[in-house]
Design a protein around this ligand. Structure first.
Ligand SMILES: [Zn+2]
Length: 69
């Protein structure tokens, strides 16, 4: 008898670039959730949009959609 198994990927990093200054932002997954007061379900929900601010230039923009590396 055989069963399927799951491979659990631990999310570790959140990466995105500021659309204004191009600076790359790299967050520890947990830090990102805490900083923006999100839970994992919200983050993984493709319908969630996340308002963020660039720490380099102060530009506000929205994260919508993600891809897995
Ligand atoms: Zn910026």
């Amino acid at each position: 008898m055989s069963v399927n198994f799951q491979i659990v990927q631990t999310p570790e990093w959140i990466l995105y670039n500021c659309p204004n200054c191009g600076e790359e932002h790299e967050w520890h997954y947990e830090d990102f959730l805490k900083y923006y007061n999100l839970n994992s379900d919200e983050l993984w929900d493709i319908a969630t949009t996340i308002e963020v601010e660039c720490q380099d230039c102060g530009f506000n923009f929205t994260l919508s959609g993600y891809e897995m590396d």
